[in-house]
Design a protein around this ligand. Structure first.
Ligand code: 5CA
Length: 439
C-alpha cells in the first residue's frame, strides 16, 4: 500500500477524554473513530488488525474442532422469553420494535439463538459432540462505556457453544476450549492467565476468565506466580485425547478474579513469594452451564438407550475488538504502538526520505516490489512530508520493521533497517535489508 493513496488519519494529540494509553494510541494512529459513546467506526489500519486477530481466533477454533456459523445481530425477544432471560437481562439489553410491533433486540450474546438452531436439527447422541461458533458484533448498553474499544457498547465477540450428551463429554468440550484459548492468546503475543470466575448472567457452575496483565485493567487478579510462567500447550495437541491432565496442571495453582477471591485460601495455597496480585484485562470467558438453556428451550437428544434428555451446553467468548486495545496496553512505548508480528496491520514500513529523487524513488519501488512479492505486505510512505514527521508516524503506527531509504545512504549503497520493538538499527545494502525482513 502507498501511503499517498491510503487513508491513515494520524493525530498529533489525542482527545483529552481518552484516559488510557491504548485508547489514546488508537485515536492518534487513526485505527478507530468514535461514532457515539461506546460505538466505533474501524478505520483502515484498525480494521486490518481486527481482521488479523479474528483470523487467528478462527484458526484456533477450527483446530479445536469448532465449526463456524454466522448468526444475526438482531434476535427475536420471544426466544429470550423461552429461556426466561428477557426480563432478567435488564437495561444492558438494547430492545427494538419492528414495523409489525414485534419485539427484537440487538444480541448481547447468542445462547438462545444457537440453542434454537441446534434443537431444530439435532435429535440424537450420534450427532454429538458439536461446537458451533460465530464472530459477530454484540451490543450491551453498558452504563459506563469507556477505555475506547475495551469497554464498548457495540463490540466484536467470538462466541462458541458446545453441545454434549453428558457431563463428562461436556467437560471434554470445555477443556478443548480452555486449551484452544491459551494457544490463541499465545499466537497473539499475549500471556493470558486462566482464573476461576463468577458466571454472572450467563449462568452455570464452572467458569474461567482469561486475563492478560496490564496496569490499566479493570479486573483484579490474584494468582500463583508459577501459573503466569506456564506456557500454552501448543498446536500439536491430540484434541480427542483426555485433556483433563493439561487443564488440571493449569487450574491446580491458585488464580482468581476479585469476585471469586478467597484471601485465606490464597495464603494457604501459595507461599508468600509466589503470591501475585495485579490488574488485568479480561480477554475471554468460558462457561459450562449444563441444561440452563436446553431444559427450558427443550433442546433434547436421545441417548443410546433411546431416552431423551436436555443437551449439556457450554459457551465460550473471546473479546475480539477488546483484544486490539489489550494488545496495545501490553505492547507500546513512548513513540507509539509496537504490534506483535502476527497482528501488525502491515509487515513493514518503507520510508522514502526524498520523494522526487530518482534514485531514492527507484530504490523504494524496488524494496516495495520485493516485499510485496515475499508476502510481507509493505506500507510505503511516499508522501511529500518532512523526514521527522514520517519517522514519528511510523513509530506511532507500530509496524514491526522500518526500512528507511534516503539519498545519503544510497550514495554509499546502503539503507537503514529499524526493528520497531527494540529500536535496533542496521545499515546495510537494500537486498540484505529486504532479506532480513523476510527471514
Ligand atoms: N455468552 C458468553 C460467552 S460466548 C459471554 O457473553 N461471555 S462474556 O460476557 O464474558 O463476554 C465474552 C468476552 O467479550 C469477554 O471476555 C470480553 O473479552 C468481551 N466483552 C464483554 N463485554 C465487552 C464490552 N462491553 N466491550 C468489549 N468487549 C467486551
Amino acid at each position: 500500500m502507498r501511503l499517498s493513496r491510503y487513508f491513515m488519519p494520524t493525530l498529533r494529540d489525542a482527545p483529552s477524554d481518552a484516559q488510557i494509553v491504548s485508547h489514546r494510541l488508537m485515536l492518534r494512529a487513526g485505527l478507530v473513530r468514535q461514532v457515539a459513546a461506546g460505538i466505533y467506526a474501524w478505520l483502515p489500519l484498525g480494521l486490518r488488525v481486527l481482521k488479523k486477530i479474528e483470523q487467528i481466533v478462527r484458526e484456533e477454533m477450527d483446530r479445536a474442532g469448532a465449526v463456524e456459523i454466522l448468526m444475526p445481530t438482531l434476535q427475536l425477544a420471544d426466544l429470550w422469553r423461552e429461556s426466561g432471560r428477557y426480563d432478567d437481562y435488564g437495561e444492558e439489553m438494547l430492545r427494538i420494535k419492528d414495523r409489525h410491533d414485534r419485539d427484537l433486540l440487538y444480541g448481547p450474546t447468542a445462547e438462545e439463538v444457537v440453542t434454537d438452531i441446534f434443537r431444530s436439527y439435532v435429535r440424537s447422541y450420534k450427532d454429538l459432540p458439536k461446537n458451533l461458533y460465530n464472530i459477530q458484533w454484540k451490543f450491551r448498553d453498558e452504563r459506563r462505556p469507556r477505555f475506547g474499544v475495551m469497554r464498548g457498547r457495540e463490540f466484536l465477540m467470538k462466541d462458541a457453544y458446545s453441545f454434549d450428551l453428558d457431563e463428562a463429554a461436556a467437560r471434554q468440550s470445555y477443556n478443548r476450549m480452555f486449551l484452544a484459548y491459551l494457544n490463541t492468546y499465545a499466537r497473539l503475543g499475549l500471556k493470558a492467565i486462566p482464573v476461576r470466575a463468577d458466571t454472572g448472567p450467563i449462568g452455570g457452575d464452572l467458569s474461567h476468565e482469561f486475563i492478560i496483565l496490564a496496569d490499566t485493567g479493570e479486573s483484579q487478579v490474584f494468582a500463583h506466580r508459577d501459573l503466569v510462567e506456564m506456557g500454552a500447550p501448543g498446536p500439536d495437541l491430540d484434541w480427542d485425547s483426555d485433556l483433563q491432565p493439561l487443564v488440571e496442571q493449569r487450574t491446580r495453582l491458585y488464580a482468581a478474579s476479585d469476585e471469586m477471591h478467597d484471601q485465606a485460601r490464597f495464603e494457604a495455597e501459595a507461599p508468600e513469594d509466589k503470591r501475585m496480585t495485579a490488574r488485568g484485562i479480561e480477554v475471554g470467558h468460558i462457561f459450562y452451564f449444563g441444561e440452563k438453556y436446553s431444559r427450558p428451550m427443550k433442546a433434547v437428544v436421545a441417548g443410546p438407550d433411546g431416552v431423551e434428555r436436555p443437551v449439556q451446553m457450554g459457551s465460550y467468548g473471546v473479546g475480539v475488538s477488546r483484544l486490539v486495545g489489550a494488545i496495545i496496553e501490553a505492547s507500546h512505548d513512548d513513540g507509539g504502538i509496537i504490534w506483535p508480528d502476527a497482528v501488525a496491520p502491515f509487515g513493514a514500513g518503507v520510508i522514502n526520505l526524498r520523494p522526487g529523487d530518482a534514485a531514492v524513488d527507484a530504490a523504494c519501488e524496488q524494496a516495495y516490489a520485493a516485499l510485496c512479492a515475499a508476502g510481507k505486505d509493505p506500507l510505503l510512505d511516499d508522501r511529500d512530508e518532512r523526514p521527522g514527521a514520517k519517522f514519528a508516524a511510523m513509530d506511532l503506527v507500530g509496524l514491526p520493521w522500518q526500512l528507511i531509504i534516503g539519498p545519503k545512504g544510497l550514495a554509499d549503497g546502503t539503507v537503514e533497517l529499524k526493528r520497531r520493538a527494540t529500536g535496533e538499527r542496521q545499515v546495510l545494502p537494500l537486498d540484505a535489508a529486504v532479506q532480513a525482513i523476510c527471514a
